[in-house]
Design a protein around this ligand. Structure first.
Ligand code: ATP
Length: 254
């Protein structure tokens, strides 16, 4: 029998009241969020609001003290190895080994994610071409500029075509040409069904590429709602209302 066709969107990531203390303080508290397939969510908040802590928990690099994380319906905290194949993570400061070339980085990342032989070579050339890294392919990471390192970090996150991209301030150190290329890349990933959660301090980044925005303040969710394309004024009003006054209670827009 043909199964009933469901038009409800597939949830790729579900955070259920996750909390994490750092240095004796609540860095993230009781955070619940859902991200659907092909959705791009921007995570905003002032310095220290808890964005990187949240993204590190989603990427499996930091374990919540309490709460649950589901990845494609699986219990991620029970199966942290899912991160290798299901998640592409660009941390706030993408770690690089100074003495490895760009190609060697991609090979190492690919092997960690189970790619080998022809599949690895194919994935490596595809991402080098897509991110226009050909001129840098043989260069050692130690001599790359900050923006070039950021592009290498992005390439490592995308290499294995994960269904979820977790990008911590991906536009960091990129020049305006590369920022525009990053926007195109993110929308392209979303159109192909990849879900993206990204943190940023740039409000125009959110209105340019995100479908939804979540705003954290002092570790708690103060806003979760849709982004109206290019409506900077509405986003600024919401963001500054929270940043300056802390907001009132966690709010969820439709
Ligand atoms: N490695 C760490 N050790 C101890 N405390 C930390 C560490 N990293 C972050 N914190 C604390 O956790 C809280 C949340 O920090 P987090 O880095 O998640 O915020 P953020 O929103 O990403 O900030 P920013 O915009 O400055 O990057 C802050 O109080 C911070 O001091």
């Amino acid at each position: 029998m043909t199964p009933p066709i469901s038009d409800s969107p597939r949830v790729v990531l579900r955070l259920d009241r996750i909390s994490r203390r750092r240095a004796g303080r609540a860095a993230v508290q009781d955070l619940s969020l859902e991200l659907q397939a092909g959705q791009v969510m921007g995570l905003l908040g002032v310095n220290g609001a808890g964005k990187s802590t949240t993204l590190s928990m989603i990427a499996g690099a930091l374990r919540p003290d309490s709460g649950g994380i589901e990845l494609n319906g699986e219990d991620f905290l029970e199966q942290p190895e899912l991160a290798r194949t299901q998640i592409g993570w660009l941390p706030e400061r993408a770690p690089v080994w100074a003495e490895l070339s760009v190609e060697e980085h991609l090979d190492a990342h690919g092997r960690l994610r189970g790619l080998n032989g022809a599949a690895l070579r194919q994935a490596r050339s595809a991402i080098i071409e897509r991110l226009e890294l050909q001129p840098l392919a043989r260069r050692l990471a130690g001599v790359l500029s900050q923006g070039q390192r950021q592009r290498l970090g992005l390439a490592c996150a995308l290499l294995h075509r994960p269904p979820l991209l977790v990008l911590d301030e991906p536009a960091n150190a990129l020049d305006p040409v590369q920022v525009a290329a990053l926007r195109t890349l993110i929308r392209e990933q979303a159109a192909a069904g990849t879900s993206v959660i990204l943190s940023t301090h740039l409000l125009p980044e959110v209105t340019a590429v995100c479908d939804r925005v979540a705003i954290l303040h002092e570790g708690t969710l103060r806003h979760d709602g849709p982004v109206l394309a290019d409506d900077h004024a509405a986003l600024e009003k919401t963001f500054f209302g929270i940043a300056m006054n802390g907001g009132t209670a966690p709010a969820r827009a439709a």
